[in-house]
Design a protein around this ligand. Sequence first.
Ligand SMILES: [Fe+2]
Length: 293
Amino acid sequence: MRSWLYALGNHLGIPKCFGYCSLIAVADEFTTPLHLDTNENFTIQITGTKRWKIWHDITIKNPMHNCIASRPVQEEFRLYAGDPRPMSLGQPDLDVELRPGSGLYVPRGVWHEVEASQSSLSLNIAFPTHTWIDVVIPIIRRALIRHSLWRENAYGMLHSRSSHVSSSVMDQLEAMFDRLPEDLSTIKSENFRRSQSCGLVGLLQRNPFTSFSIFPLEGKVSEYRVEFVHPNMSKVFETIVSSDIAVLNWVMEQERPFTISELNRQFPNYERSEISRIVDLAIRGGLLLANSD
Ligand SMILES: [Fe+2]
């Protein structure tokens, strides 16, 4: 399977470590509700049958968030797609039954619904997004980091809701935005060539052989002891975290590599420095591996 994955990724011009395979097993009759994915998906039916309904006429162009029609839309998704959930759907543009051996390509952003009327096993090969935003953001960071002004602690912004930010801080922010074009003017396409792997150097992958446990600390409301456990039990790293552990839980669930910027997008309300701290912790605990392949 790995050779298929690499060959397909190579053909699509996607780094090979970006794709991943999943086996999807359904025990009985089951419908995956109407949704769209950010991934480019290739599915191959192995046993049983599945009926795929696809509406490609109302595709969302280049989504960066998955969307299930019956669930609320994520705030960031609204910025580029509004509320795209179809109120009613006509006949699907494609209505096809996959049988053992048949395959289907479902592009990113296409609404689809899948029905299994019996037990079924299928293989999914997926290529997650790695957008121009992911490429450019690290380059912008490298441009701004040269200026002491941008490296200043953002006092007045940290732990504040934007409605509580003082007018002097807002003035400072406005002045910084004014100088942004000049500070970014050092960015040339040459930067991209030299730092081709910039977005990928930060590619992280969960180490499937390490697990972690969380123990509430007695008498403390929001402090936890986190234990990272390696499979041979010879090395146990433990630490105390006082922040929300949602980031660690998200990391633990990841089956494919991801970038820091993707993690930042998942947790828009977290301070970036806090996310970096937790990632650093997860790397030291062996839960995350840096993957520069
Ligand atoms: Fe899907």
